[in-house]
Design a protein around this ligand. Structure first.
Ligand SMILES: Nc1ncnc2c1ncn2[C@@H]1O[C@H](COP(=O)(O)OP(=O)(O)OP(=O)(O)O)[C@@H](O)[C@H]1O
Ligand SMILES: [Mg+2]
Length: 593
């Protein structure tokens, strides 16, 4: 009896399509890349419901003849390569001849196209089953592809799509990268009646960055450019000490193709080691140009990954790129000289040893810290509200006595004793836990004491952050933040909870706006409260007088959860007395006595 059977054609097509098209952003990426390959100078993207119900991409590129239009939806039909050797010299973004076929397999697709001139345009309409019709249709030079009801015939995939604004956020982020890779392109993106991205042609990358992120962001970056033999790296990176709390603003392009590359990202992190405060990540928009034969782009169906012949070369290369960029902005001095006299050392910290990520375990896989708990240089304030004036409500003291404070270690840890054991308490994490518990309580009762900004704090958001802010809006409002649009991409923070300094309140708002970029299902309230607690908690590097330490330890051990901070990191290390005694070769005492 045979157990193996060839799958029905329709099912095989869906399986293959699933590899290329994961979600609406994959469709937009493929369609816009086709437009760029067709030499378009302007691309318009229209979306509805985060691209789930409608997605339309129109370009002014070369268009297609009737015969080509009829072939374009056929799997493995392409005009971009024709023989095996071509695979090693790919100059276009597409080459697999399967994007349109894959999209058509999981949606209702309509394509209109014309090469201009006297020939009539062509309309191709396809049904998810694979059949399509070809007709005349008046159309100017260029192509428009409309995709409706994505995954209607693939309910399992449809179920995993996120909210409209989350999907939209992913699309805008991807298109932001395309806009950076092609500064000369006119790109407009609408979601329903709203324009979410409008980029007129820019003269170069600098102008494009200005369009997308504003002057402030550009002022915190430096230009990078270095050629080494046939390899060239150029673009913009953070200007230390500026950095960002996550890797959300790192984009790499290989031969103008936006890629995700762990090696480039690790090499960048290493190149910045010692230059940024712990917990900060460099911002980077870096373009790597290599001869096509040095890089394999046919690694993954979505074409977002590449493989280099010699990837290791990027570690020394990116270090030199960053050093050179710094030398340029700092003047002519050699970087080693600058490091030696401390000017390149982040405030309050020493340069981390090379080869580590800000002094911690390196590696692209490592979870990005939500917060570092490290203070800005020289900041030693502790506000009254942090400690005594804001007593925790509804938290019952535990029966046991709280540990006894012995002192502070390295301005970062509190040493305490409990039943003869030594406790080492991370002061930032501990304070974060105490404040977080209070904030949860206040938030439950909606009793945020609100402060009005005397001078409104004005800030600019990137298009992706704007979507994130919209998503987080109701949650922020319910916690006492009031943000108002000021026109363009400017916003003003008018009100915020009266537990923050203005710049701390602003960083909470920005953190909430950044959430959607990570594609989180919804910006959760507990993460907002954790971010708020992190901002107002005492930092490592701050001196704490004894009474503050005692207060903090007492409050911590009243918490229902004194062991872990709201971000999930441990707060206390316990060294049992027996271990101390063993270390000192003393007779181990009986813990019961
Ligand atoms: N916007 C467009 N303008 C002109 N021609 C297009 C356009 N979109 C698609 N085509 C033509 O249709 C062909 C098939 O497109 P499709 O995206 O399926 O494959 P591809 O771009 O060749 O490869 P890949 O699957 O890697 O994207 C292309 O090779 C191109 O000739
Ligand atoms: Mg393509």
């Amino acid at each position: 009896m045979t157990r193996i059977a060839v799958l029905p054609d329709a099912l095989a097509r869906k399986i293959a399509a699933g590899e290329v098209i994961e979600r609406p952003v994959s469709v937009v990426k493929e369609l816009v890349e086709n437009a760029l390959d067709a030499g378009a100078s302007a691309v318009a993207v229209d979306l509805a419901a985060g691209g789930k119900s409608l997605l339309r991409v129109r370009d002014d590129g070369c268009g297609m003849s009737r015969e080509d239009a009829a072939l374009a939806l056929v799997r493995h039909a392409t005009s971009k390569i024709s023989k095996e050797d071509d695979l090693f010299a790919i100059a276009t973004l597409g080459f697999r001849g399967e994007a349109l076929a894959s999209i058509a397999a999981v949606s209702r697709l309509t394509l209109r196209t014309s090469e201009g001139g006297d020939e009539p345009g062509t309309l191709v309409e396809s049904e998810p089953g694979g059949a399509f019709q070809v007709r005349d249709s008046a159309f100017p030079r260029g192509t428009e592809v409309e995709v409706r009801d994505l995954f209607a015939n693939l309910p399992a995939r449809k179920k995993f799509l996120r909210s409209d604004s989350s999907e939209l956020g992913l699309i805008v982020k991807m298109l932001t990268n395309i806009a950076l890779a092609r500064p000369g392109l006119r790109l407009i993106v609408r979601h329903g009646a709203r324009t979410v991205l409008d980029c007129p042609p820019a003269a170069g990358l600098r102008e494009r960055l200005f369009q997308l992120f504003g002057k402030d962001a550009l002022d915190k970056m430096m230009e990078a450019d270095l050629a080494d033999g046939p390899v060239r790296v150029s673009g913009y990176v953070s200007r230390p000490p500026y950095g960002r709390p996550n890797r959300g603003r790192q984009a790499f392009f290989v031969n103008r193709r936006p890629v995700r590359d762990k090696i480039l990202s690790a090499a960048l992190q290493q190149a910045f080691s010692g230059l940024l405060e712990k917990g900060l990540f460099p911002e980077a928009f870096l373009f790597v140009d290599v001869p096509p034969g040095e890089v394999d782009v046919n690694v993954h169906p979505a074409k977002t990954e590449v493989r280099f012949r010699d990837a290791q070369l990027f570690f020394p290369l990116l270090r030199r790129v960053v050093e050179r960029a710094r030398t340029r902005v700092l003047g002519v001095r050699d970087l080693s000289e600058i490091l030696a006299d401390g000017a390149g050392v982040p405030p309050g910290g020493r340069p981390a040893p090379a080869g580590t990520e800000n002094g911690e375990g390196a590696g692209p896989e490592r979870e990005e810290p939500e917060c570092s708990g490290v203070g800005e240089g020289g900041r030693t304030y502790i506000r009254g509200t942090d400690f005594a004036d804001f007593p925790a409500a509804g938290v019952l003291p535990r029966a046991a006595e709280s540990p006894q404070v012995l002192g502070q270690l390295g301005s970062a840890y509190i040493l305490a004793e409990e039943a003869g054991d030594l406790l080492i308490i991370d002061q930032h994490n501990a304070h974060e836990r105490v404040i977080y518990d209070r904030y949860v309580e206040i938030d439950r009762e909606r009793k945020w004491p609100v402060k009005m900004s005397l001078l409104p704090l004005v800030f600019e958001l990137s298009p992706v952050q704007e979507i994130g802010l919209e998503e987080a809006g109701p949650m922020l409002r319910s916690s006492g933040f009031r943000v108002e649009p000021m026109g363009g991409r400017s916003y003003a923070l008018r009100e915020y909870p009266d537990v923050f300094r203005p710049e701390e309140a602003l960083s909470v708002v920005l953190a909430a706006a950044d959430e959607s970029k990570k594609g989180a299902p919804a910006p959760a309230k507990d993460r907002l409260l954790a971010a708020m607690a992190c901002k107002s908690a005492v930092k490592a590097g701050e001196y704490l007088p004894r009474e503050k330490m005692e207060f903090l330890v007492r409050e911590l051990f009243r918490s229902a959860n004194p062991g872990v901070c709201p971000h999930g990191r441990p707060i206390v290390v316990r060294i049992p007395r027996s271990q101390i005694e063993r270390g000192l070769r003393r007779p181990v005492s009986d813990p019961a006595s």
